[in-house]
Write a protein that binds this ligand. Structure first.
Ligand SMILES: C[C@H](O)[C@H](O)[C@@H](O)C(=O)CO
Ligand SMILES: [Mn+2]
Length: 423
């Protein structure tokens, strides 16, 4: 029985070779594609700045699963547990509210030293770090506006927060030898019919220009901007809409962040990748799963996740598309959520790497759409699972659903020690 994954792998390798796909090369390539895991799945976007405060900005983590991380030590321990169950390279995506400081630090005064603990930990775990200013869950964002606020002082506060965040991001890049992608998302918008949609957008534009004015080498830091359709309490008007940020990223040469939950329900980000890549230098993806709204459900191995991976691989966008995850489900074990979502993204990439793309492309060029569809469908049932199992074994991570027992053991041995509502 112990040999069966090995036998399955050898048979699978042969089946893929029959359609001119080198499964071994696909595995090696998969190992060059890190997924940026978002720290905020571990604690429902709470952070350490004000753990008693509420999550605002029109986003929500629903559920009350016990055992959420309450501090950096717990969050890191949970991440380490998740990492052991996810094969291949990973990065960690931090938000500014995950700072470590003795007392209260205003957001416009955060400094690299408040993140040195993360950098040391990342170095030990051979991780790259990515970053986000946190423009929500704060008294100065309470009325729904930050970088586009009509009040100059409030706007300035958020500009300074984003500028300080860029310095932290560059510090990550310099210390860890891999550029940190820093994504700016602001919740700015209005609940109801909005008369002046221009002035807030003009202010957002000016604020962003002030934020990115200081030149930083892309070797260390990459600016990204994220659009949105609507938020809870901002249903009628979003300042940073898709058109706004596509225009911004295109004209300023920043990366554009496409979040799978930030568009109309029948729109998919997979189809936006090739268009956007003709105009922006880079994309950041927030792979997520919107269920009826921007619900941030755990990523599945579904058609859209697969289509996203296919677009990256078919077009060889490896160096210009940064793959991040963005979901926060508090209704299930949070470590399992990370493992499921990240493994699914990696499975989708592997399946894309195992696709006989050149053959499909030729059929398309010849106008043989019948054969194109036939091959596309047939290749879905090639034994990619055996190749994935091989990848998991190679990285000493559990094969199949075996990872769940490790999560269960952690759940019964570690999580109950977390007191209060968390117990
Ligand atoms: C916490 C993140 O910054 C946030 O999810 C953002 O990326 C977003 O998608 C808001 O809807
Ligand atoms: Mn997002």
């Amino acid at each position: 029985m112990n040999n069966s994954p090995e036998q399955a792998w050898l048979l699978a390798k042969q089946r893929f070779s029959d359609v001119n796909v080198d499964a071994e090369a696909a595995l090696k390539f998969l190992d060059t594609l890190p997924i940026s895991m978002h720290c905020w799945q571990g604690d429902d976007v709470t952070g350490f700045e004000n753990p008693e405060g509420s999550l605002t900005g029109g986003i929500q983590a629903t559920g009350n699963y016990p055992g959420k991380a309450r501090n950096a030590a717990e969050l890191r321990a949970d991440l380490e547990q998740a990492f052991k169950l996810i094969p291949g390279p990973k990065r960690l995506n931090l938000h500014a509210i995950y700072l470590e400081a003795e007392g209260k630090v205003e957001r416009n005064e955060i400094e690299p030293k408040h993140f040195s603990g993360w950098v040391e930990w990342a170095r030990r775990h051979q991780l790259g770090l990515d970053f986000n200013p946190t423009c929500f869950s704060h008294p100065l964002s309470a009325d729904g506006f930050t970088l586009s606020h009509a009040d100059k002082g409030i706007r300035q506060f958020w500009i300074e927060h984003c500028q300080a965040s860029r310095r932290i991001s560059a510090y990550f890049g310099r210390e860890l030898g891999t550029a940190s992608v820093m994504n700016i998302w602001v919740p700015d918008g209005m609940k109801d019919l909005t008369i002046d949609r221009l002035a807030p957008r003009q202010r957002l534009l000016e604020s962003l220009d002030a934020v990115i004015a200081e030149k930083i080498d892309v070797k260390y830091h990459i600016d990204a901007v994220e659009s949105k359709l609507f938020g809870i309490g901002a249903e009628s008007f979003t300042v940073g809409s898709s058109e706004f940020f596509l225009g911004y990223a295109t004209s300023r040469g920043t990366a554009l962040c496409l979040d799978a939950g930030h568009f109309h329900p029948t729109e998919v980000i997979s189809d936006k990748i090739t268009s956007a890549m003709l105009f922006v230098p880079r994309l950041l993806l927030h792979v997520s799963r919107p269920v009826r709204w921007d619900s941030d459900h755990v990523v599945l191995l579904d058609d859209e996740t697969q289509a996203i991976a296919n677009e990256i691989v078919r077009n060889k966008f490896f160096d210009r598309v940064h793959i991040g995850l963005d979901f926060f489900d508090a209704s299930i074990n949070r470590i399992a959520a990370w493992v499921i979502g990240t493994r699914n993204m990696k499975k989708a990439l592997l399946r894309a790497l195992l696709e006989p793309t050149e053959q499909l492309r030729q059929l398309e060029q010849q106008g043989d759409y019948t054969a194109r569809l036939a091959l596309l469908e047939e290749q879905k049932s090639l034994p990619w699972q055996a190749v994935w199992d091989r990848y998991c074994q190679w990285h000493d991570t559990p094969v199949g659903g075996d990872w769940l027992s490790a999560v269960r053991r952690y759940e019964t041995s570690v999580l109950p020690r977390r007191g209060g509502n968390n117990a």
